[in-house]
Design a protein around this ligand. Structure first.
Ligand code: PLP
Length: 405
């Protein structure tokens, strides 16, 4: 039977999909810029950006053009053969960052898995097989493979899957003294998100990040930054580490890298990369020409002063609209985050209403996200039109009014 003959709806989800998600009650079928339409033709403004992925909005003409032209040229070669889009994308990522070597994957978890394995391998080869301790943080999120979910600091995601990879220590985020108390010469890496995303939109302080850098240097450990959510322009700089005046050893990027096409990358230095050899790590699809061509176009557009400077202007529009809403409803204790990774924190009186507000927003024609039970998260397109922000915020105010009444 041809796929188009099969009628599907939100109810189908419960019958055919592994129940690890609880998607909204509508099914999006079309997107353009920061607007989305569902099966019934209802229109939504998208402040959720596919969880910080569609950084250039839906169906950006330049990405669609690349998808079509590369789609008619070459999709996949495997890593038995290299390809031009991967070589160009790697060269451009290196030119734009601290890095000198790139490994491509297909998801954030896969880039992080590569980063953590590299950190362990580097320590093993350069220092000692006992230098394997990874220091990570409470409320961190690094993906869902068993290694990455174990490095993430949320037992509710990592319990129940049998023995976890060992020698991973979790301490409170933004607490340098807590890191000092556990770091030693057996530590191979500190793994941190410059801005915790899933954990509640919490930026690291400058003192914390610079302190981590110094502690890593003192103990020959690598500073691994998970920029899967904070990278690719989201913070107003291409990568969030640029805000902190530090040079990391490894960063990972995914989400916005392909603007909606699955692709990820791990970036590191030549010296760290040099412990690797053919066969030590790999992935079939990593660096495939279709994904890399699209990511190259996304990078070309995002890594420009127009887009990066536009992030701060849009942030101001978001923050002032949220402050106005707060004057009216007294519902937020804080607006935090960097650039267009924004969190509106519900105050004590309204704590744990985040999911209700998300649902009410959808009813008003607005897609937002939560980050935990008391933070509303906004990760819109970096090029969202100011008129879409204004209209979306009007819908958001209506949603809040409904929840509070
Ligand atoms: C989303 C996310 C990941 C996981 O990425 P996937 O593509 O879902 O594997 C890892 N780290 C951070 C910081 C993220 O936000």
């Amino acid at each position: 039977m041809a796929a188009e003959n099969l009628a599907v709806s939100r109810e189908t989800f419960d019958n055919v999909i592994l129940p690890v998600y609880a998607p909204a009650q509508f099914v999006p079928v079309k997107g353009k810029g920061s607007r989305v339409w569902d099966q019934q033709g209802k229109e939504y403004i998208d402040f959720s950006g596919g969880i910080a992925v569609t950084a250039l909005g839906h169906c950006h003409p330049a990405l669609v053009e690349t998808l079509k032209s590369q789609g008619e040229t070459l999709w996949h070669t495997s890593n038995v053969f290299t390809n031009e889009p991967a070589l160009r994308l790697a060269s451009k990522l290196i030119a734009a960052t601290f890095a000198e070597r790139v490994f491509f994957g297909n998801s954030g978890a896969e880039a992080n898995e590569a980063a953590f394995k590299l950190a362990r391998y580097y320590a093993c080869k350069k220092h000692s097989p006992f230098k394997s301790k990874i220091i990570a943080f409470h409320n961190a999120f690094h993906g869902r493979t068993l290694f990455t979910v174990s490095v993430g600091g949320q037992p509710k995601y990592s319990d129940g899957f049998g023995p976890k990879p060992a020698d991973i220590v979790h301490v409170p985020f933004n607490d340098l003294a807590a890191v000092k108390a556990v770091i030693d010469d057996h530590t191979c890496a500190i793994v941190v998100e410059p801005i915790q995303g899933e954990g509640g939109v919490m930026p690291a302080t400058t003192e914390f990040m610079q302190g981590l850098r110094a502690l890593c240097d003192q103990h020959n450990a690598l500073l691994v930054l998970d920029e899967v959510q904070s990278g690719m322009g989201r913070s107003g700089k291409l990568f969030a580490y640029e805000h902190y005046g530090i040079k990391p050893d490894i960063i990972t990027t995914a989400k916005a890298l392909g603007g909606g096409f699955p692709v990820s990358a791990m970036l590191t230095t030549h010296e760290i990369a040099s412990v690797m050899a053919p066969g030590v790590h790999g992935t079939t699809y990593g660096g495939n020409p279709l994904a890399c061509a699209i990511a190259e176009t996304a990078l070309d557009i995002i890594n420009t002063p127009e887009v990066l400077n536009g992030v701060d202007a849009r942030r101001e529009q978001f923050v002032s609209a949220l402050q106005k809403i707060n004057e009216q409803f007294d519902i937020f204790s804080e607006i935090r985050g960097k650039g267009l990774l924004l969190g509106a924190v519900l105050n004590a009186q309204h704590a744990s209403k985040a999911r209700d507000i998300l649902n009410a927003s959808a009813a008003e024609g607005l897609m937002v996200l939560t980050a935990g039970s008391d933070v509303i998260r906004f990760v819109p397109s970096l090029v969202i039109e100011p008129t879409d922000i204004a209209e979306g915020m009007a819908r958001f105010a209506r949603a809040i009014a409904k929840v509070l009444n």
